[in-house]
Design a protein around this ligand. Structure first.
Ligand code: ADP
Ligand code: ASP
Ligand code: MG
Length: 416
C-alpha cells in the first residue's frame, strides 16, 4: 500500500475567530490539497481572553457561581474547540472543501483520567481515516480527549498543539504545521522584545526547553511527541506564505547566525513565581521538600546549602506551600512576585562564561538576581517581576539575538 502523503494543520486561537483568519485557513488547506496531500485540521478555541467562546471566558463562566471541579470544568472547556471546529467546517465548505468536525472522543484521542492535564495514551484514528478515504477533511477539536471511562478530558492549557502532534505521530504525517499569530519561533517573546528574530530552524530539544521555560508559542508536550515520532513541526503565520520555523532533529547544516549568537537560541520568561527560603540545617532536606511534594506541588530553582534550602513554586501555589511548611515547624522567608528568565541554546552546554555574561547583562541593567540554576542547555536567573521585561531585553541584547551588530558578550571559549 502507498504511504499516505498527509499533513496535519493546526490553527490557533486567532485563526478561526476572524473572517480574515478563516480565509487564510481555507487558503492554507487548499494549498496542501492542491499538492495531492491529505489534510487533517486541528483547531483551538476561537479568540483570546474576553472573546465569547475563548477558553478563559468559558472558565470564568464555569466559576461564576463558585469553584467547579476539574471533571466538570473539562466538559465546559472542551466546548470552545467544538464550536471552533464547526465554524471551521463552515468556512471550508464555503471555500468548496468538504469537511467534517470531530470531537476528541470521535477522533479517537484516548487519554488518562487526569482532568485538566491529561496525557494522550493512544490514538484510534478510525473515524479520521474514514473521512480521509471519502475525500473529506477531518477537522478535529484540539486540547481534548476522552478517558477509558468515557469522560471528556483536556490536555493542559495550550494543548491543541499536543493534539496536532499526537495525530501527526499516529498518522505518520510528513509534517505538522502549527499556524499561529506570529511568523515562527522567535528569539524572545515579541510582546516583550519587538525586534526578536524569527528562527529558520531549531532542534526539538531547544524548543522543548524554550516551551518548558515559558515560551508559550508551542506546547512542550507537542514537541516531545513529535520528537519521539520523528515528525517535523513547522510554526507559521497562517496569514502569510512565509515558511516560518522548522523544528526537527538535526540543526540546519549552516546556521547563518553570527559569532557569539549561536551560544543562545532564545530568551524566555516564566512568571509570576514565589521564592521560598527555609532556614533548615544539614540533613533536613527531606523534612522541607517531602511535605511540599505530598501537596502535589512541583518545585523549581532548588538551591541547597548547609543552612538554607531555597526553591520556587508557581505563585498560585505559594499560599499552600507557606501553610504546609509552617505546619511542619518551619518559618520560611517568602518572596512573592518573582520571574524566571532563561537563556536556552544548544551552544550553552559546557560553554564557559555563559553565566558570567548573563550576570553581567543583568548587573549592567541594575537588576537584582535572587537565585539561579542551570541544566544542560538552559541557564535560568530569578529576578523581581517588576524587572522581568528589562531582564529579557538585556539578555537578548547581550547575546546578540536580534542579529544586529549588537554588543557581543565577553564569553571565553566562543567560536573564533
Ligand atoms: P495559539 O492560539 O495560536 O496557539 P499562543 O498564544 O498559544 O497562540 O502562542 C502564540 C504566542 O506565543 C505569540 O503571540 C507570542 O506572543 C507568544 N510567544 C512567546 N514566546 C515566543 C517566542 N519565543 N516566539 C514566538 N512567539 C512567542
Ligand atoms: N484553547 C486551549 C487554551 O486556551 C487550548 C489551546 O489554545 O491550545 O489553552
Ligand atoms: Mg497555543
Amino acid at each position: 500500500m502507498e504511504p499516505r502523503r498527509l499533513v496535519v494543520q493546526k490553527f490557533g486561537g486567532t485563526s478561526v475567530a476572524t473572517a480574515e483568519g478563516r480565509r487564510a485557513m481555507v487558503e492554507r488547506v487548499r494549498e496542501r490539497l492542491g499538492e495531492g496531500r491529505q489534510v487533517v485540521v486541528v483547531v483551538s478555541a476561537m479568540g483570546r481572553s474576553g472573546d465569547p467562546y475563548a477558553t478563559d471566558t468559558l472558565i470564568a463562566l464555569a466559576r461564576r457561581e463558585g469553584p467547579v471541579d476539574a471533571r466538570n470544568l473539562d466538559l465546559l472547556m472542551a466546548c470552545g474547540e467544538t464550536i471552533a471546529a464547526v465554524v471551521a467546517v463552515g468556512a471550508l465548505a464555503r471555500g468548496g472543501i468538504k469537511a467534517n468536525a470531530l470531537t476528541g472522543a470521535q477522533a479517537g484521542i484516548i487519554t488518562d483520567a487526569r482532568h485538566g492535564d491529561a496525557r494522550v495514551l493512544r490514538v484510534e484514528p478510525g473515524a479520521i481515516l474514514h473521512n480521509l478515504d471519502d475525500g473529506v477533511v477531518p477537522v478535529v477539536t484540539g486540547f481534548q480527549g476522552v478517558s477509558e471511562a468515557g469522560e471528556v478530558t483536556t490536555l493542559g492549557r495550550g494543548g491543541s498543539d499536543t493534539t496536532a502532534a499526537a495525530l501527526g505521530a499516529a498518522l505518520a504525517a510528513e509534517l505538522v504545521e502549527i499556524f499561529t499569530d506570529v511568523d515562527g519561533i522567535k528569539t524572545a517573546d515579541p510582546r516583550i522584545v519587538p525586534d526578536a528574530r524569527t528562527l529558520d530552524t531549531v532542534t526539538y530539544e531547544e524548543v522543548f526547553q524554550m516551551a518548558h521555560q515559558g515560551a508559550k508559542v508551542v506546547h512542550p508536550r507537542a514537541v516531545e511527541l513529535a520528537m519521539r515520532a520523528g515528525v517535523p513541526l513547522r510554526v507559521r503565520d497562517a496569514r502569510s506564505s512565509s515558511p516560518g520555523t522548522l523544528i526537527a532533529r538535526a540543526p540546519a547544516p549552516e546556521r547563518e547566525w553570527q559569532r557569539y549568537a549561536d551560544i543562545a537560541t532564545g530568551v524566555t520568561q516564566r512568571a509570576p513565581v514565589t521564592l521560598f527560603r527555609v532556614a533548615a540545617g544539614p540533613g533536613e532536606e527531606v523534612r522541607v521538600f517531602r511535605p511540599v511534594a505530598d501537596a502535589g506541588i512541583s518545585v523549581d530553582l532548588v538551591n541547597i546549602s548547609p543552612e538554607v534550602k531555597s526553591f520556587t513554586v508557581l505563585q498560585e501555589e505559594a499560599d499552600t506551600v507557606e501553610r504546609v511548611l509552617k505546619e511542619h515547624g518551619f518559618d520560611p522567608e517568602v518572596v512573592r512576585d518573582c520571574a524566571k528568565v532563561s537563556i536556552v541554546g544548544s551552544g550553552v552546554h559546557g560553554r564557559p562564561g555563559v553565566v558570567a555574561a548573563m550576570a553581567e547583562a543583568l548587573n549592567e541593567a541594575g537588576i537584582a538576581v535572587l537565585s539561579s540554576a542551570d541544566s544542560h542547555i538552559t541557564v535560568s536567573f530569578l529576578v523581581p517581576l517588576s524587572q522581568m521585561e528589562d531582564a529579557v531585553r538585556a539578555l537578548h541584547r547581550k547575546f546578540g539575538l536580534a542579529g544586529r551588530a549588537a554588543v557581543l558578550p565577553d564569553v571565553e571559549g566562543g567560536p573564533a
